[in-house]
Design a protein around this ligand. Sequence first.
Ligand code: NAD
Length: 358
Amino acid sequence: MGEDFKIAVIPGDGIGPEVVREALGVLEKIAVTSGHRFTTKELLAGGCAIDATGRPLPPETIAACRESDAVLLGAVGGGKWDGLPGDQRPEMALLGLRGQLGLYANLRPAFLYQQLKEACPLKPEIIGDQIDLMVVRELTGGIYFGPRGRSKQDSGEQAFDTEIYNEGEVERIARIAFDIARQRNSKVTSVDKANILESSRLWREVVIRVSQDFPEVKLNHLYVDNAAMQMVRDPKQFDVIVTSNLFGDILSDEAGMITGSIGMLPSASLGEGNFGLYEPVHGSAPDLAGKDQANPLATILSVAMMLRYSFNLSAEAAAIEQAVERVLAAGYRTGDIMSPGKTLVGTEQIGKLVTSFI
Ligand code: NAD
């Protein structure tokens, strides 16, 4: 008996609708092969929502997301709305979705496909057989949300931001990291600055405490400066990296870069239960919109993450990931990952190829 899953779909702006269309095509194939049912509801957010309703994140969109099991988002933003004041811009929809849906864990896998090795800026001897790591970033706490301010002093103007974490916040993100490590290669690296920061010392204590509930997962700790260095010196050593909002912001981009193309990077933001929002890392790429040139693989791989982390359908997730790998192995490339001797295809064709390889 197949299960029923409800997905809120937010195509957004620019290339968002194009890449989401291909990802939904892949999902339809999974429905056929697995017997599960995926009911989708299309919603507005971002620039298109501003045009239609006057606001970047209409209340109906949030309400429909809350009634769903997961959210699939394309991308939002574009030059047309750049002149709007900060709090009315399309990107506010992203912050609103994360905040209002309680999405506190950001998952950014960095997986280097063997077929795209030449896009990796690292030397072949550093890459070795495989780079396959996952950055788990705390998303709703830390210095981005702590007390902040500016004041005039005798010496001139002064500004401050505050890094604050409580035990509960660290514990829940640590549990997600250990859970994910259990489904991967059973290793967690916790990244902090415990030699200097009090908040990092609490972070480390709580992560060690949580680790006792996961005896099968190996835990080590790195200071963030060392972690940034290790990422390019020996990325193979990592399986799951768990870290704060600020450190994760930086390390997840560094990890993404070693895989070569922004068009290949999926992400997930998880909240309570199995609820999550899944989206490609890239933006709305207005330069490519409507040209059938965008790479939809990041969005397709985001759907694979949705199946694995929100719907507990690991085999179906792996089927999508393998299909992507086979499309690359067969030599098909979109413009962003094109190299000599390969076959250049558009957004729609590469989407159809993935579907046909499932
Ligand atoms: P971008 O990610 O949209 O584009 C950066 C570069 O990567 C561009 O050259 C683009 O052509 C290329 N690119 C991006 N996605 C691609 C894909 N799937 N296939 C092939 N090439 C791809 O970032 P940007 O140019 O800084 O921002 C454009 C707009 O997107 C802005 O309005 C920005 O605010 C918004 N944005 C949205 C999100 C989001 O919705 N999550 C994230 C980042 C930026």
